[in-house]
Ligand binder design. Structure first.
Ligand code: ZN
Length: 150
């Protein structure tokens, strides 16, 4: 399956990919992001009924590596965030997102509580503050696998 740019709801292609890639490939770059993670964030947007923030570079914001990431960038100069060199962001399997007005621990609790509504969320990162990492690495398990980054 693939989700095409015209089938996105609430989001645009630029929110899933970094600026340089979008400049080179345009809307085609969405095909490098796994459909399961795209579908999941649209489901989350409907479930919470609140704006969800991914990449913001399109509007001069500082975030451009919240979805797909390039192999050769190990740190985000705009945010100071260090990246795991084997992150599943490199394979288009992960998203970092913020929900308007919701602390990250509340988001994680809600996703754990409603686990079966979001079967493509296979893993989440512990203790992030200001964003929530979800990914669809591996396979479905009855409980979301929690991990520590780096
Ligand atoms: Zn992440």
């Amino acid at each position: 399956m693939i989700i095409k740019p015209q089938d996105l709801k609430y989001f645009c292609v630029e929110e899933f990919v970094y600026e340089d890639l979008y400049t080179r490939l345009g809307d085609y770059s969405l095909s490098l992001v796994n459909w399961r993670i795209i579908l999941t964030v649209m489901q989350l947007r409907e479930f919470f009924g609140l704006p969800i923030y991914l990449n913001t570079w399109k509007w001069e914001g500082k975030h451009q590596y919240r979805g797909l990431r390039p192999m050769h960038i190990y740190e985000d100069p705009r945010t100071g965030t260090k990246f795991d060199r084997r992150s599943c962001h490199l394979f288009g399997l992960a998203l970092d997102f913020s929900i308007k007005g919701m602390p990250s621990d509340e988001v994680r609790k809600a996703l754990i509580k409603h686990r079966y509504l979001f079967p493509h969320i296979h893993r989440m990162e512990h203790d992030t503050n200001g964003w929530t990492h979800i990914d669809c690495k591996g396979e479905f398990k009855p409980e979301i696998v929690m991990f520590n980054a780096i």
